[in-house]
Design a protein around this ligand. Structure first.
Ligand code: SF4
Length: 76
């Protein structure tokens, strides 16, 4: 039996635009961590409802416009 499609949001980092200064993971450690080079790594595969506002805030705070929130449709 087919389930209805499910929409979810996830946070994305555009590595070609990122300057790697770490503002995002210092402001939103629940959403972003850093790797050994100091580059940001998104923590959750998908954004929980309680993290959507924080995700939008950190997207707005990135001076390089390297972060975005993407909506995906997932068919189970
Ligand atoms: S704030 Fe933006 S430019 Fe700076 S490390 Fe995070 S994603 Fe990269």
């Amino acid at each position: 039996m087919n389930e209805s499609p499910r929409t979810f949001q996830r946070l994305l980092v555009d590595r070609s635009a990122c300057a790697g200064h770490g503002l995002c993971y210092s402001r939103a450690p629940e959403l972003l961590d850093c790797d050994e080079q100091g580059d940001p790594v998104v923590v959750p595969d998908e954004l929980a409802a309680e993290h959507l506002n924080a995700a939008e805030a950190v997207v707005q705070s990135c001076p390089e416009q390297a972060l975005s929130v993407e909506s995906r449709v997932f068919q189970e």
